[in-house]
Design a protein. Structure first.
Length: 259
């Protein structure tokens, strides 16, 4: 996710910078900003109508039991949607975690100086969807081989990680990573970290549900960042995690053809 300065708590949706300011390949230019605005049919700062798609996240859980999982996969805008589409997921929240500064702002985190990374908290009904299934959907929405960030967003604050909240979650995440490594499915070393969960701070309101509030801008950002292109290259028809079985009975190794 790329830097766009906003006042904390501002309600106005934003258009994220469509190129990374620290990359020569994706250098920010006025021409790109104007061209993007023309393509989207609006200038930055102009409200865009929210999606009319029914909000699946408002559905009540199937049981009284709920749990939370935290994943970091680069741009948190891009990590909400794949989880929101899963049966059993109650809600997703974009935020910051892993650092020491209390209640950081987007500007502070995106500077790369706070030790936080962008992440999503997934609240779900474990009677419907398993933690193992969430982990497998996570893998198929990131580039696990990228040690410098994710896609066009580079820097520690955009790195990938699984934040476990219990020993059971740690074991599931580590087993899943080992199974993926053993499968030789990916052409390189898996750089995604598996680390203990720390304090999670909700991001500003204008970041929440961005893909629903600003669908055109969101799709253009994903395309310009090369996210879907890289996911298809790595995962083929499994990209995005839509083929992951959410059954609690599915062992992680079986998802990678490992016995």
């Amino acid at each position: 996710m790329m830097n766009t300065m906003q006042d904390r708590g501002r309600k106005q949706p934003i258009i994220r910078s469509l190129t990374h300011p620290r990359s020569a390949r994706f250098g920010r230019t006025v021409a790109l900003a104007v061209g993007a605005a023309a393509l989207l049919g609006t200038l930055p700062g102009t409200p865009v109508a929210a999606s009319t798609t029914p909000d699946a996240k408002s559905a009540a859980p199937a049981s009284d039991e709920t749990a939370s999982a935290i994943f970091a996969g680069g741009c948190f805008w891009c990590m909400e949607k794949p989880f929101d589409e899963l049966p059993g997921v109650i809600s997703t929240t974009s935020g910051y975690t892993g650092g020491k500064l209390a209640d950081p702002t987007y500007e502070q985190v995106s500077s790369g100086n706070t030790g936080h990374i962008e992440a999503v908290r997934v609240d779900y009904d474990p009677s419907v969807v398993s933690y193992a299934a969430l982990v497998d959907v996570f893998w198929r929405n990131i580039d696990p081989l990228d040690a410098r960030g994710q896609f066009c967003d580079k820097g520690y604050q955009y790195s990938s990680a699984i934040f476990y909240g219990s020993d059971a979650e740690r074991q599931i995440a580590e087993e899943s990573k080992r199974a993926l490594e053993k499968s030789s499915r990916l052409p390189g070393k898996i750089e995604t970290r598996i680390v203990p969960a720390t304090e999670f701070y909700d991001a500003e309101d204008y970041h929440q549900d961005y893909y629903e509030k600003n669908p055109i801008r969101y799709r253009y950002y994903r395309y310009r960042c090369g996210r879907d292109q890289r996911l298809e290259q790595l995962w083929g028809d499994e990209a995005g995690g839509k083929k992951v079985k959410t059954s609690r009975a599915t062992p992680a190794p079986a998802l990678y053809g490992v016995s």
